[in-house]
Design a protein around this ligand. Structure first.
Ligand code: GUN
Length: 290
């Protein structure tokens, strides 16, 4: 049996079309939703991500403001900019692209973003709200994975979900979203003993380690749904995930490809978070009836 391929590109196009409709509705009320994307330094991968995020915004009718700062920008200058964006009524979402240069305190920068504009969902208040089951913003990549599972009609309630990789950006929020949806969740990390014994129990296996091809077909339960969050560029220039696609697709029931799987969903969900922020802002501006 060969696995069904989950088409993240097609689903992301559908999500972006939904966002475009919601943008139209807001504009009809006189509100133009806006996202600010801040890039510090010259990291080539970050430059590509930022360009793609801005292009996706414009295509959906959202206003995007990309602010590029030099590598030698001080932390104080960046914090000042973030505070200005917090006060800017034309901006509903703020994203500071990571990683930041080494002389900056990333946590301090993220905590300075207003929690109501933190469309990455990285602010400590948003992490706490997610933990306690009352999320304001869900981090884009795990939010996109949940949307994929929903659209593929994968049963989550009661399922065994195993996540490999425990980062703040993907693994931990992924565990919380799957838990909230009723899965029994195992979160593996680099110290996990006998990783294969864990992954072979999974009905839903999410891999986010940044290590190319580390999960192979023999580590997958026949028929499992495999979600590959990794995007790794090999020396020959090709892009591969954290799952060895060729061996995994012989065993899995469904699998996301790289590229064209989770990646496009991350950007689509950033647009969803931005439109949600703008809609909340519009709701607070409505005239009150008395
Ligand atoms: N760098 C890599 N992924 C991300 C992301 O989702 N958000 C931000 N802000 N930076 C990133």
């Amino acid at each position: 049996m060969t696995a069904r391929i989950i088409d993240g590109k097609a689903l992301s196009a559908a999500v972006r079309a939904e966002v475009a409709e919601r943008v139209k509705a807001l504009r009809a009320q006189g509100l133009q939703p806006g996202l600010a994307v801040v890039l510090v330094g010259e990291d080539p991968a970050s430059q590509v991500y930022v360009r793609n995020k801005a292009a996706a915004c414009e295509k959906a009718g959202l206003h995007s403001r990309v602010i590029r700062l030099g590598e030698d920008t001080t932390e104080a200058e960046l914090l000042d900019l973030v505070r200005q964006l917090n006060e800017d009524a034309a901006i509903h979402g703020i994203l500071v692209q990571l990683p930041l240069p080494g002389h900056m305190n990333t946590a301090k920068v993220i905590e300075t973003i207003s929690a109501e504009k933190d469309v990455d969902g990285f602010h400590i208040s948003n992490a706490g709200l997610l933990l306690t089951g009352k999320p304001l913003f869900r981090p884009c990549t795990p939010y996109g994975v949940m949307r994929m599972l929903e659209s593929e009609e994968v049963p989550v309630r009661g399922a065994e979900a195993v996540i490999v990789g425990a980062s703040n950006i993907v693994g931990k929020p992924m565990a919380l979203l799957l838990l909230a949806a009723g899965a029994t969740v195992t979160l593996c990390n680099s110290k996990t003993r006998d990783l294969g014994a864990q992954t072979r129990r999974a009905d839903i296996l999410v891999v986010a380690t940044g290590r190319p091809g580390m999960v192979t077909g023999d580590m997958i339960k026949p028929g499992a749904v495999v979600i590959d969050v990794g995007i790794n560029r090999l020396p020959d220039g090709s892009l591969v995930g954290d799952v060895d696609f060729e061996s995994a697709k012989q065993v899995a029931g469904a699998i996301t490809p790289v590229p064209g799987g989770v990646g496009p969903m991350t950007i689509a969900m950033l647009l969803v978070n931005t439109i949600e922020a703008a809609e909340r802002s519009a709701a607070t501006m409505l005239p009150t009836t008395s």
